[in-house]
Design a binder for this molecule. Structure first.
Ligand SMILES: Nc1nc2c(c(=O)[nH]1)N[C@H]1C(S)=C(S)[C@@H](COP(=O)(O)O)O[C@H]1N2
Ligand SMILES: [Mo]
Length: 319
């Protein structure tokens, strides 16, 4: 397949093209009037392969953003269920840990609780789309990721929350046999995250089942994960098995671990430093030596879309 790399835009499988070509391919498809989202991403059959190819959502095409190379997105990971070593997640998450079949449960204060295979959920949420989002880890590094998936709001609409549901609590799998990091009790497993119902209903809140037009890989949170681009990366919980509508604010894993450093909101905010480092700028993963740092933007560049959620809230206290 490598021999036709120079004509990447003709390839039916984005899987084998270098990701720098992704940008050129999009430009080409646009030029011939196919729309830059019509990536012909022939997906390898796996748990969340349903719905591909996805179509680019014109509202989130990341006009001024350069997607990070796929090799970096899938090779530089935080997934403590496996290891704290970013370079080793890729290997350890692909040694016997199965992400298909995968059941997901939607429960709590809802009219329509359900427990179903993730593929069946995808059918109910009616198709997937592609969105290019900034991604900013609390550790002050960043990437740009072309996600495939659907808005979280679609799950809310399916579930029909009752009036006393105020938050959504998300839970990751628990499988210490296949996830070596879970054999260590450094964290009170399973990993948990949460959003207010209002945050979760914002159009930016996304459930990802793919990256770069291909089903999401184990190390990135297969078969389904949350993506909240205006918050620090730890809010974007991976490999979800349970989505619960609750009354009280859930205690998320990082807040539980170190409440003085990590809060519930975790909105990207260059003006509020982490107790141990500045959040004013970020290291851009994959950028050249001379342009490797850039200023961090309020709400990671999504201020216009999300600031209404925090009106009247002291962001210094509610970090
Ligand atoms: N279940 C789970 N989800 C998780 C994490 C984790 O360790 N376990 N790490 C978080 C952190 S700190 C970051 S920065 C992102 C990293 O996602 P990526 O490896 O796909 O880039 O996942 C988040 N979601
Ligand atoms: Mo992170």
């Amino acid at each position: 397949m490598n021999i036709i790399k120079s004509r990447a835009w003709e390839l039916p499988e984005s899987a084998v093209t270098p990701e720098s070509d992704f940008i050129n391919r999009r430009r080409f498809l646009k030029a011939v009037g196919m729309g830059s989202g019509a990536l012909l991403g022939n997906s390898i059959a796996n748990g969340a392969s349903w719905g591909f190819p996805s179509r680019l959502n014109e509202n989130y095409k990341g006009e001024d953003l350069k997607p990070t190379d796929y090799d970096l997105i899938k090779g530089y990971n935080n997934f403590y269920e496996f290891t704290t070593d970013k370079g080793d997640v890729q290997k350890l998450a692909n040694q016997g840990w199965e992400t298909e079949p995968w059941e997901i449960e939607i429960k709590g204060l809802v009219e329509n609780p359900m427990k179903l295979e993730v593929t069946d959920l995808l059918k109910k949420t009616d198709g997937i789309e592609q969105r290019i989002y900034r991604f900013r880890c609390v550790e002050a590094w960043s990437m740009v990721i072309p996600w495939d998936g659907f808005p979280l709001k679609k799950i809310i609409d399916l579930a029909q929350p009752k009036s006393d549901a105020k938050y959504i609590k998300f839970t990751t799998f628990y499988d210490p046999k296949n996830a070596p990091g879970q054999r260590r009790r450094t964290i009170d497993w399973p990993y948990v995250e949460g959003l207010t119902l209002e945050e979760a209903s914002n159009d930016l809140a996304f459930m990802a089942t793919g990256i770069y037009g291909k089903p999401i890989l184990n190390q990135n949170g297969a078969p389904i994960r949350l993506v909240v681009p205006w918050k620090y990366g730890f809010k974007s919980i991976k490999s979800i098995v349970k989505i619960e509508f609750v009354k009280k604010q859930p205690l998320n894993t990082w807040q539980d671990l170190q409440p003085s450093e990590y809060g519930f909101y975790a909105n990207v905010n260059p003006k509020v430093d982490h107790p141990r480092w500045s959040q004013a700028s970020e290291r851009v993963i994959g950028a050249g030596f001379f342009s490797s740092r850039q200023p961090t933007l309020m709400f990671n560049g999504y201020e216009e879309q999300v600031s209404y959620l925090y009106e009247g809230l002291d962001l210094r206290k509610n970090y």
